[in-house]
Design a protein. Sequence first.
Length: 134
Amino acid sequence: MKPTHIEHIGIAVSNLEEAIKYYEQVLGLECYAIEEIKDQKVRTAFFRVGETKIELLESTESDGPVGKFIEKRGQGVHHIAFAVQDTDMALREAEAKGIQLIDKTSRKGAEDLDIGFLHPKSTLGVLTEFCSQY
């Protein structure tokens, strides 16, 4: 498994509409998609910056993962996502190398990508996501 590129950087925000205004009005980026992922208790907004995307994450419920993250750490960088050929294979390879997984198998994420997360305790404190288009 070798990532092909950084798929996106996830940023936790308290208010999605306010955050979108900043990215559009200050940075001049265009929000091209807003989506709710109910099982992850989150609303997302996406922006393109070259080949990489910025994903804003707003919790829809305070007990959701992003809500808990903001409560503990405040708004800011939440995770980095790497594009891989096969998310399930990348997860298996990481686990074989001693990395603790959050997801043993891939699941559907925003933009209909297959996603899987590595635990930050095993990745130098950075929540790491693998993404693929299958």
